[in-house]
Design a protein around this ligand. Structure first.
Ligand code: LLP
Length: 435
């Protein structure tokens, strides 16, 4: 994957850097990001639009991996930024990211979060529901400001993915329902509010999607409604944001279509449907997260103990687990791995990779063929760049790992490893009331 190679010492190399050296220098678990791969994918999204006479914007969905350095890299790559909380917004602002290119999602934004967004004059607030619509209007009026908004809609399309990460279906906590007229009501409300500038509409049908069909289906429904909004309300969205969700290949089983095939189908469908309905083609926005950073990330672990249960299974334990990668426990997600210090050695046994958390479900990989792993070997688990660090937690009071970026033989630490002191920084002593 990416720039991965194996060097003369039989070690896994990423971005020209020996991963066993990284493990030694920074400790494990360690997230390693192949920056060249992030560049390549960001460029691939933009290149995919170029054949078409349309305006477009590629935003990085920072929920996949948000950090100051990552946001700065996104800005260098000319990506707009999608944030979903005050914390992600604050990260972007501290990173020096241009607020005009930030848009803010979420089904329950607080007044404080909205105020931060409005005060910093971010590019767009993607309004999710009527309560928020009213709240943004009131806050904008109180500040004598015009706020750009878009409306999030659920188009009633089911993406074929894990049910926890489907979002476009009717029974979803997100957005205004497209099919029952809610969106139209929201448009009317926004058009009547001088403090709100309604620039467009948004839909995100789900995540880790392998085919264009769900997107094109959603687009057809949306454009039909656009024609009705034009006739009935005189409203034509300047922007159509079709969200993220482009799948990646965690294992050989996952075979998503290419980025250019996704974008090609989506853009061609939008153009054809708009033309059939005599509508101007709106500016097209997308918000990939996983497909920008997912395959670029690799987690390095140190192998510790093992346990063999005759005729059943052998468990190899590593020094991280569901605390740095929740996805196997939460979605039965599958990963591939190898021993980074013996990268091309032949496999000798089938094992399960167990995390160190006190929970039977903390199994990172159920079944994988590896050379016989010994304590001190470095296990590299691939494709952990999206929703790995961002969903990491301190379960069992495990400190969160460090993150390094590698590129062209250089490495840089971009997030420090948490220490035990960090874990206790908010703890206060108990004051007994017993005399
Ligand atoms: N835009 C919106 C409105 C979203 O809700 C999401 C993801 C994205 C864009 C980016 O989707 P992506 O391109 O990364 O698939 N924790 C789960 C994924 C949750 C996705 C939530 N929304 C996982 O680890 O698979």
């Amino acid at each position: 994957r990416g720039t991965q190679t194996i060097n003369e010492n039989n070690h896994l190399v990423i971005g020209g850097v020996d991963t066993t050296e990284l493990a030694k220098k920074y400790g494990t678990p360690l997230y390693v990001y192949d920056v060249a791969d992030i560049r390549k994918r960001s460029l691939a999204f933009k290149e995919a639009f170029r054949p078409y006479p349309v305006a477009f914007k590629v935003a990085y969905a920072s929920k996949a991996f948000s950090s100051v350095a990552m946001v700065q890299l996104a800005e260098e790559l000319g990506l707009a930024l999608d944030v979903v909380s005050g914390g992600e917004l604050y990260t972007a602002l501290v990173a020096g990211y241009d607020p005009k290119n930030i848009h803010f999602h979420g089904n329950n934004k607080s007044e404080d979060e909205l105020l931060l967004a409005i005060d910093k004059k971010i590019g767009a607030i993607i309004v999710d529901n009527f309560i928020e619509l009213q709240m943004v209007k009131t806050l904008a009026e109180a500040r004598n400001q015009t706020v750009c908004i878009m409306l999030r809609m659920t188009p009633g399309v089911e993406a074929h993915t894990h049910e926890y990460i489907m979002t476009g279906q009717e029974d979803s906590k997100f957005g205004f329902d497209l099919m029952n007229g809610e969106v139209k009501e929201a448009i009317k409300y926004a058009l009547n509010a001088p403090s709100l500038k309604l620039t467009g509409v948004h839909s995100h049908i789900g995540s880790q999607i392998f085919e264009a069909e769900g997107f094109t289906h959603a687009v057809k429904r949306i454009v039909e409604h656009m024609a009705a909004w034009k006739d009935e309300l005189g409203f034509e969205p300047e922007i159509l944001n079709i969200g993220g969700g482009f799948g990646i290949s965690y294992t050989k089983k996952d075979q998503p279509i290419s980025i250019s095939a996704f974008i090609g189908s989506i853009v061609e469908t939008i153009m054809a449907e708009c033309s059939a309905n005599q509508l101007e083609v709106p500016e097209i926005w997308i918000e990939p997260g996983r497909s920008i950073v997912g395959e670029a990330g690799t987690t390095l672990y140190s192998v510790g103990t093992h346990k063999s249960i005759p005729n059943i299974r052998k468990y190899i334990s590593v020094d991280g687990g569901m605390s740095d990668n929740l996805r196997p426990a939460l979605y039965q997600a599958e990963y591939e791995a190898l021993l980074a210090n013996r990268a091309s050695d032949a496999s000798e046994e089938q094992v399960a990779i167990a995390g160190k958390c006190c929970e039977s479900g903390d199994i990172l990989i159920q079944d994988i063929a590896l050379p016989t792993a010994q304590a001190g070997d470095i296990l590299a688990v691939f494709c952990t760049g999206a929703y790995g660090y961002s969903m990491a937690n301190n379960y069992n009071r495990l400190p969160r790992p460090a993150v390094v970026f590698v590129e062209e033989g250089q490495e840089q630490l971009v997030i420090k490893r948490e220490t035990y002191e960090d874990l206790l920084q908010y703890d206060l002593a108990f004051q007994t009331t017993v005399k």
